[in-house]
Each structure stands twice: as structure tokens, then as C-alpha cells.
Design a protein around this ligand. Structure first.
Ligand code: PMP
Length: 405
């Protein structure tokens, strides 16, 4: 049995009142709350171990380096990469995608080549490609999304062609919750010799990822959506590709030898990690993964799926609720509008009741425009949410209905 009360006790955020109410946190798709073990680990690092990595000849630096590299191994295991050299530390999903756009696509693609994404991408997996296509005269193509928020599988076949050099797609939509048919997309991409990138920002907390089984070329995610610190993330890349790619940024730590005339670069993964890294980010992420593993991803998934089912049923009883994203296979992310009310007003009323949701375009403006919308209210559920949270959400939506309609 999944013990949500025991999980909640591990988060200090629930000890406070928000606008006089207990916190109902339904914004985990934006960022998850951080458990005490992660906060304590970062605090301990700053208090006792704060030191730079890979350079000092002293105890603390040695210790920091060991903790930093232990995090890399922890992350390698999380996604089953074949080597820790394939785990590049970044500041998050966004930076990982920009790194691949700059060091891989910009370097290797030629005018006329095509990059394929989907219509449901977060701006982080759209704008870097759009910009690159303008700069290099490449073509950006989109796999279509159907009205229920699922991917049009015929479109996968039509859009990915011999001209496609890269297919970059989200494993799970941050606005619709839809899980994408990852294996199908990768298999089609491989059949035309295209490389693949998975934006796993949402997927990482939902499903066990095995990069070797998926045979994906690149995968990116952010620690802050996995109960870890802000400003830290991961780019996984296949070793042979990373070897061929030039550095992304230049400076200290990414070098092997430097002369006034020329520089040789460090080995993987350090070639892509210029400058002093986010050491406490790595250390905190290590704790976050240990914490997440202790819950068991399958237990977490079934808990959240149960919340999704109950919340959807209860919200459906309010006839003014209109859903955006009703695919069969989706994460516990519910985007909706109250017919006749603005999403921001609904969000404000919920906030007064201590209920945290996200409102707006969720960094998916083109998708919303396609369906003639400007925004939604998004309630996203995670490990610490309970049926009581759903009941409070329903009370809040009913109150918003009374006040706004
Ligand atoms: N992709 C998806 C699917 C996301 O949900 C997010 C965060 N909302 C991002 C990319 C960007 O992540 P970050 O801001 O942590 O770089």
C-alpha cells in the first residue's frame, strides 16, 4: 500500500499555511517540492563540504569531487546509460537541448536537412530548433496532435522522411499529460537514419527509462522536477556522438592542454562542462534520486494514475469544466478551463484557498493557438497528493464557478 501520509511528512512545505489554509500543491509539473533529505543534504554540503571539484589537493575538494562523481553514477544507473562518460551535467532540460542544437545539429546539419518535433512541445524543445533552422536554412517539421491531445500516428509516418536528420520530442507533455509513442517514433527515425532526442522533463518522474533499450541518441531532464535542486540537469548522449561533437562552452575544466596558440580538450564528460560546476546541484540530485528510488517508480505511477482517475471523474461532474488533453495514455496532469471564466481568475480563487495550480500557456503557445485557446488551469499531481487534495480542488472550482459565472 502506498502511504501518502508518510510521504507528506518528509516535506516541510506542508507544515505551513498558505493564505490561512493547508497547502494543496498541484503544480508539480512546473516543479516538485523538495523533501527534507534533499534540503538537508544541500545544507550539509554548504556547511561542511563546500569546496571546488577536480582541482584542489586537499581533503574537502577530494570529498566534494567524490560526491559530485557519485551523483553521475547515480544518474547513469537511473537511466541505464552504458557509461558515466555519457552523463553531461547541465543547468536543466533547456540547456541540454540548446547544447545538442549548437554542438550537434548546428555543427553537422546542412541546408535543406530537416528536423522533426511535435506540435505539443514545450518552447524549450521548439525555439532552439526554430532558431537553428533560420540560421542554417534547415526545415522544421511538426508531427500533428489530435484534438484529444494524442499524437497523430499517421503523421509520424508522413513527416519523418529521408531528409530528417533529427527527431526531438517530449516523452510526456507538460500541458496535456499525454505519453508519446516513444518506441514508434524512435523506430521510424532509425529507419531513415535520423538521430533522436527525448525531452524527459516530465517523463523522468513517471516511467522507468532505459536509454540502451530505447536506443535513443540524446535524452535531457531537469533535477527540479524530480524532487531535486533548481539549476541542475542532465544531458545523456551516446558516447560516439559526444566524441564527435565540439565543446558547447569554452573555459576552465573542459581542457586538456592550453597553449597561447591552441587548446586540446578534456575527455568526456568534462569536455562539455566548462567552468565551476553546480556541485551542490549534483549532490542534491543524488539524494533526490535515492529518495525517489526508495518510493518505487511503479508505486508512484499507480498512485498518481489513481489520483488522475478520481480527479477526472469528480471534475467531470461540474458541467462547465472543459478538458484540454484526454488521451488514453497520460500522466496525472489535468489542463482545464471553466467555460466562461478566465483561467487566471480561476487560479487566483484557488490560490486564496491555499491551492497551487499553474495557469497560462504553459510554454506551449503554438499548441494552444492550434486549438484556439489562450491558456488553461493546470493541476498536476505527484507523490504527496491525496484524495483530500482532490476534494479541496473540487470545492475551489465550485467556488470559482459561483464567483465567476
Ligand atoms: N520540457 C518540458 C516538457 C517541460 O515540462 C519543461 C519545464 N516546464 C521544460 C522542457 C523546460 O525545463 P527547464 O525549465 O527545467 O529547463
Amino acid at each position: 500500500m502506498y502511504n501518502v501520509d508518510a510521504v507528506r511528512k518528509q516535506f516541510k512545505a506542508f507544515d505551513q499555511k498558505i493564505n490561512g489554509h493547508d497547502l494543496v500543491y498541484l503544480d508539480s509539473a512546473a516543479t516538485t517540492l523538495k523533501p527534507d533529505v534533499v534540503v538537508d543534504r544541500i545544507q550539509k554540503f554548504y556547511a561542511m563540504e563546500s569546496s571546488n571539484v577536480h582541482r584542489g589537493a586537499h581533503h574537502l575538494s577530494d570529498q566534494a569531487t567524490r560526491s559530485f562523481e557519485a551523483a553521475r553514477i547515480q544518474i547513469q544507473k537511473l537511466i541505464n546509460a552504458s557509461s558515466d562518460e555519457e552523463i553531461i551535467f547541465t543547468k536543466g532540460t533547456t540547456e541540454g537541448i540548446n547544447l545538442v542544437a549548437t554542438s550537434f545539429a548546428e555543427h553537422f546539419f546542412r541546408a535543406g536537412d530537416e528536423i522533426v518535433i511535435t506540435e505539443l512541445e514545450h518552447h524549450a524543445n521548439l525555439i532552439p530548433w526554430q532558431n537553428l533552422c533560420l540560421k542554417k536554412n534547415l526545415k522544421l517539421k511538426y508531427i500533428s496532435v489530435l484534438a484529444d491531445g494524442s499524437i497523430d500516428e499517421d503523421s509520424i509516418e508522413q513527416i519523418i522522411s529521408e531528409k530528417t536528420k533529427l527527431v526531438a520530442f517530449s516523452g510526456c507533455s507538460n500541458i496535456l499529460g499525454t505519453f508519446l509513442p516513444i518506441e514508434k517514433i524512435i523506430s521510424k527515425a532509425k529507419s531513415v537514419g535520423a538521430k533522436t532526442l527525448i525531452d524527459a522533463a516530465q517523463l523522468i518522474s513517471q516511467k522507468k527509462i532505459d536509454v540502451q533499450v530505447l536506443d535513443v541518441d540524446f535524452l535531457v531532464f531537469s533535477a527540479h522536477k524530480l524532487f531535486g535542486p533548481f539549476g541542475f540537469g542532465v544531458l545523456y548522449g551516446k558516447k560516439d556522438l559526444l566524441h564527435q561533437m565540439p565543446p558547447y562552452q569554452y573555459g576552465g575544466a573542459m581542457i586538456s592542454t592550453v597553449d597561447f596558440e591552441k587548446t586540446t580538450y578534456n575527455t568526456l564528460p568534462f569536455k562539455f562542462e566548462a567552468g565551476t560546476p553546480h556541485v551542490e546541484g549534483a549532490v542534491g540530485t543524488d539524494s533526490a534520486i535515492q529518495f525517489f528510488n526508495s518510493l518505487g517508480i511503479h508505486n508512484v505511477f499507480s498512485h498518481e494514475q489513481q489520483l488522475l482517475k478520481i480527479a477526472t471523474e469528480k471534475l467531470s461532474a461540474i458541467s462547465e469544466v472543459q478538458y484540454f488533453g484526454t488521451a488514453q495514455n497520460k500522466a496525472a496532469i489535468i489542463s482545464f478551463n471553466l467555460k466562461g471564466a478566465h483561467h487566471s481568475d480561476v487560479g487566483q480563487i484557488l490560490d486564496q484557498m491555499g491551492i497551487a495550480v499553474r495557469v497560462g500557456h504553459h510554454c506551449t503557445q503554438p499548441l494552444l493557438k492550434k486549438f484556439n485557446m489562450t491558456g488553461t488551469v493546470r493541476a498536476s499531481f505527484s507523490i504527496y497528493n491525496s484524495i483530500t487534495d482532490i476534494e479541496k480542488l473540487i470545492l475551489g472550482v465550485e467556488k470559482a464557478k459561483r464567483m465567476l459565472l
